[in-house]
Structure formats: C-alpha cells, structure tokens
Design a protein around this ligand. Structure first.
Ligand SMILES: C[S@@+](CC[C@H](N)C(=O)[O-])C[C@H]1O[C@@H](n2cnc3c(N)ncnc32)[C@H](O)[C@@H]1O
Length: 163
C-alpha cells in the first residue's frame, strides 16, 4: 500500500472534493501547507515534464494538488524533485467526463497506483464514488500498457498511440 496525500487550499467546492471524501474514509491524508508536502513524494503535477511510470515504484508516497483547476499554480512546488504528469487518460467523473488529462484527484491517484502496480488500492480508493470504477473501465487498455512500460520515455511513446 502506498500512502496518499492531498494538498488542499480550499479553492475547490468541498461538496464535490474527491480528496476530502478519501480523507473522511481514512484513505488519504490532507495537508494544508505546501511546506508539509513530503519532499520524497511523487507529486502529481499536470505541468511536469516527466510522466508517471513503473520506474517511480520506489517513491514513498503519492500527493495530489487538490485545488480548483482555475487557480492551479504549480510555481510553489517547482522545487519538488519528483513531479510527474499522467499520460493520456480520460476522465470518468461527471464534471469532465470523456475529457483527457483533466482528472479529479482520486482519478489521478488511482491511475498512478495502477501504473505503479497497486491495482487493488486503486480500486479501493475509487469504490466510494458512484462513477469511480468506471474510470478503470474506460481507461483499461492504456492503463494496462503504461503499467508494463519500463520508464517515463516508454510511457510517453505508448501515449502517442492513444492521442
Ligand atoms: C486541479 S485538482 C481538482 C480537484 C477536484 N476538485 C477534485 O475534487 O478531485 C486535480 C489534481 O489531480 C492531479 N491531476 C489531475 N490530472 C492530472 C494529470 N493529467 N497529470 C498529473 N496530475 C493530475 C493534480 O494533482 C491536480 O492538481
């Protein structure tokens, strides 16, 4: 099991916040200050240059930046070493259904867990959401391929086949 964190700045609607729901169930831990984000974590940053890949298996935890897309500013975490973007995957959540790359925090964390080989944990965190397991169904083919890749470069090459 890989520990999950979400940095929350309270800019997203708390009623729809997927990270908050995970924390309420003990499936993730919320941090409210950038300085409290573990330095060794795999930080989910859509603007990062490197893609998540099985080569990240050694990293100690996964952290999502759980804020509104409108205010997402990754400048404050630019110095974190292990920032990663997810490769092409489509959202299954009702707000952005079918939209590539724009995932909720729980979808992003589940995709990362799946690529790192923690498939059961990925299912466990998606299960509390009505649409959650649909995310794994609609992305079954790319997720299976990304999980077999050697490194970030191979993940990026596979992603090109889906775009
Ligand atoms: C912008 S927040 C939106 C949170 C949303 N309100 C919720 O309740 O889940 C989504 C976060 O998930 C992660 N994420 C989503 N899509 C991603 C992608 N394509 N690559 C890397 N991280 C991603 C990032 O940490 C991003 O900041």
């Amino acid at each position: 099991m890989i520990p999950l964190y979400a940095y929350r700045d309270n800019t997203c609607d708390p009623r729809k916040c997927t990270a908050k729901k995970l924390a309420q169930r003990g499936l993730a831990r919320i941090v409210t200050a950038v300085a409290k984000i573990p330095r060794s974590t795999l930080l989910l940053d859509p603007t990062a240059e490197r893609a998540v890949s099985p080569a990240d298996r050694h990293l100690s935890s996964i952290t999502a930046l759980d804020c509104s897309w409108e205010v997402l500013d990754t400048g404050a975490v630019a110095s974190w070493r292990n920032r990663r973007a997810l490769p092409f995957l489509v959202a299954a959540n009702p707000v952005n259904f079918g939209r590539p790359f724009r995932l909720t925090s729980v979808e992003a964390m589940a995709a990362t867990l799946y690529i790192l080989g923690e498939k059961e944990q990925a299912r466990d965190i998606l299960a509390p959401f009505g649409w959650g397991l649909r995310f794994l169904e609609v992305n079954a083919d790319p997720l299976a391929e990304y999980a077999q890749a050697k490194d970030s470069a191979e993940v990026v090459a596979i992603q090109a086949l889906y775009m």
